[in-house]
Design a protein around this ligand. Structure first.
Ligand code: MN3
Length: 251
């Protein structure tokens, strides 16, 4: 769908070829690797593993948008618990994590338990969330192809932000607001309840999650209490648009 040169993908293909040459099972290796990466309408999410990855910055790195204590509890307690419970669920439900990716599991999540749904979603969503944040700065905004597409699909960056804010504010209870790249190459805003996400086969909102905002109270309550809109407003300053742009290029 996107023809932009992607060095990560090229490297991946080269490694697969190398693996194929070094084994007599060249064809099965190639086909199973292609399957693991997703073949049609490809979702390449090689950054997401089955276990919790190190936080890419210190607990205080996103202050004052996200305070250090919230970041620490969010990462070491909430997100860590999703990863741990996901590990239990894949064991109990016989998921072969060496030939299945987390996104592949999410795309078939209706076949698994509620425990799997909540924790696979929780794990994926948080791994994505940490990487989509950076030290806050004034005037933080998307650029390049992503900004062009946003302007095309939402008329302006401001209109896009207003629509995203509305989705995040009006998600009742706990959940996530999303910017999603759809299969027909459009950017769409929506939200999901609990730890659901747009990759899930049972999600109403469908597509590749380019950007997600955690609107569970555990993400903001210590600093913002009941003022979710203030948290959402502050969050715009801390979005890592370089990362978001890379994801947009991966659909
Ligand atoms: Mn959370």
């Amino acid at each position: 769908m996107n023809t932009t040169f992607d060095p990560g993908r090229r490297h991946f293909i080269w490694n697969v070829s190398k693996a194929a040459i070094s084994t007599s099972l060249a064809i099965p290796v190639l086909s199973s690797m292609a399957h693991a990466a997703g073949t049609t309408g490809s979702i390449i999410d090689e950054d997401i593993n089955w276990t919790q990855q190190p936080l890419p910055y210190g607990y205080n790195a996103i202050e004052p948008v996200v305070d250090a204590l919230t970041m620490e509890i969010h990462y070491t307690k909430h997100a860590a618990a999703y990863a741990k419970s996901l590990g239990e669920a894949v064991k109990a439900e016989n998921v072969n994590t060496s030939n299945t990716t987390v996104p592949q599991l999410l795309k078939n999540i209706s076949k698994y338990s509620a425990k799997m749904r909540n924790n696979a979603g929780g794990h994926y969503n948080h791994e994505l969330f940490w990487k989509s944040l950076r030290a806050p700065m004034e005037g933080n905004a998307p650029s390049g192809k992503l900004a062009d597409q946003i302007k095309k699909d939402f008329n302006s960056i401001e209109a896009f932000q207003n629509q995203f804010n509305e989705a995040a504010k009006t998600r009742f209870g706990s959940g996530w607001a999303w910017l999603v790249h759809t299969n027909d190459n459009k950017l769409v805003i929506g939200s999901t309840p609990n730890q659901d996400n747009p990759l899930m086969d049972l999600s109403e909102l469908k597509g590749f999650p380019v950007l997600g905002l955690d609107v569970w109270e555990h993400a903001y309550y210590l600093k913002y209490q009941n003022k979710r809109p203030d948290y959402i407003t502050a969050w715009w300053k801390a979005i890592n648009w370089d990362f978001v742009q890379q994801r947009y290029g991966k659909m």
